[in-house]
Design a protein around this ligand. Structure first.
Ligand SMILES: Cc1cc2nc3c(=O)[nH]c(=O)nc-3n(C[C@H](O)[C@H](O)[C@H](O)COP(=O)(O)OP(=O)(O)OC[C@H]3O[C@@H](n4cnc5c(N)ncnc54)[C@H](O)[C@@H]3O)c2cc1C
Length: 393
């Protein structure tokens, strides 16, 4: 009998369903994605065709409940999908990850009207986007944001600038973190989260140029007297935006950790193959102990990262507080991706530096995971605080 997999949404799900979904994703990656990645990545070209395929696979509704047209996947299954996709091209995961965190904020904290109106369109990808939190002056210190929403009758008028927003150009909607009260203390009580669809007063800047994470758009968003109906305020009550945002970051960190697992695995696989093909001093380099110790460390990091992600995802699915577990998974898996990408490049020698192989891309993509969804410096602090809170003296 298939094993029951718990879900946060309460949708029934079992291990046979998981196998089927992972098989479908693997086939898609093999058939429609893997041979196109080098060209798209080097041209920094948005993968429109793949986005349509991701819609058909249901990825834009992966963690949205079935009641709203999603797949209702538990985050443990979703994390495996993210790792599999990131192993082939990490950028693709960014197109549906932050979109699903926006959807999770609506499903967890939105009103019934907001869920019914928005979630079915999020699930099909008809409305899609991401999270607009970061501003030119602040990323880690979100309580310092300056984007301001002022109530005016049945609507709010929003002014301010967001930056580094994934899906900002190709998407049509964002979960927008603003200040609704700039005086109140503590500062987070003056923050609110809106679902903001594009319209007059909401303009988008150019696609930002980046080291890696190519293809997907990162953009500046400008709000100038952007007017939005008050019923787009998530939960309809001001002052809870920080809580709604931080609540979504647990899932966000599990997602980023899963991306780390994908990139770390890709680097390990490439290095393991190459070590058996390339010869020096009359034998494959994999027969030299200096290379074997690298492969041993890389494989151990992959396994440990995967287990940490699974542990955090299961806690999330059981609706437990898991900021410590998600932080550990994110910290370890992203650093594992960095270290494995670097070691993979060394094992490949000059070829690791070549644009004709995927290896140099792992090296360019990995650092993002140490920055996004809370920097790794902050993860260490979150873990330490939770550690003391859970172990008072
Ligand atoms: C490719 C890309 C995509 C992104 N996508 C999005 C997106 O979709 N939506 C979005 O809102 N944002 C996005 N971001 C922004 C990202 O979330 C921020 O860059 C991140 O939160 C860090 O903020 P910052 O860059 O302002 O760094 P800062 O907050 O200025 O931090 C600078 C350094 O100081 C350290 N630091 C800061 N405070 C402390 C402290 N209290 N203790 C110890 N160390 C500290 C940090 O760890 C870091 O090393 C994206 C960024 C990139 C590069």
């Amino acid at each position: 009998m298939a094993e029951e997999i718990p879900t946060r949404t309460g949708d029934a799900f079992n291990s046979d369903d998981e196998t089927q979904i992972l098989d479908a994703i693997a086939k898609w990656l093999d058939r429609d994605v893997k041979d196109k990645v080098l060209a798209l990545d080097h041209a920094d070209e948005y993968p429109h065709e793949m986005v349509e395929q991701m819609k058909s696979l249901g990825l834009f509704g992966a963690t949205i409940s079935r009641a709203y047209g999603g797949l209702g996947l538990p985050s443990s299954t979703y994390a495996k999908i993210v790792a599999a996709v990131a192993e082939v091209w990490m950028s693709l995961t960014g197109i549906f990850n932050s979109h699903l965190i926006m959807a999770a904020a609506v499903e967890r904290f939105g009103t019934t009207e907001q869920k019914t109106r928005l979630l079915p369109k999020f699930a099909t990808g008809e409305i899609r986007g991401g999270l607009a939190l970061t501003e030119p002056n602040c990323g880690t210190d979100l309580q310092a944001i300056r984007t301001r929403a002022t109530r005016d009758g049945d609507s709010y008028v929003i002014n301010g600038t967001k930056t580094w927003i994934s899906n900002g150009i190709e998407g049509n909607c964002v979960a927008l973190l603003v200040k609704t009260d700039t005086e109140i203390q503590p500062r987070h009580r003056g923050m609110s989260l809106f679902i903001a669809e594009k319209g007059p007063g909401f303009t988008v800047g150019r696609k930002l140029k980046k080291l890696g994470y190519k293809g997907i758009d990162s953009a500046e968003l400008m709000f100038e007297d952007y007017r939005i109906a008050a019923d787009n305020l998530i939960g309809e009550e001001e002052g809870h935006g920080f809580h709604h945002t931080v609540g979504g970051l647990e899932l966000g960190r599990i997602n980023v950790a899963a991306r780390g697992v994908g990139v770390a695995n890709a680097a390990l696989k490439a290095a393991t193959s190459y070590a058996q093909i390339r010869e020096t001093m009359g034998k494959p380099i994999g027969q030299h102990q200096a290379i074997q110790t690298k492969l041993g460390d890389m494989a151990t990091r992959c396994q440990a990262a995967r287990l940490l992600v699974e542990d955090a995802a299961r806690a999330y699915d059981r609706s437990e507080r898991c900021d410590m577990e998600a932080g550990m998974a994110k910290l370890f898996a992203s650093e594992a991706a960095m270290e494995n990408a670097s070691e993979c490049m060394r094992i490949h020698g000059a070829y690791g530096y070549s644009k004709e192989l995927h290896v140099e891309r792992y090296y360019r993509d990995a650092p993002l995971m140490c920055i996004g969804e809370g920097t790794n410096e902050m993860q260490r602090i979150i873990i330490a605080r939770q550690l003391m809170q859970r172990n008072p003296v």
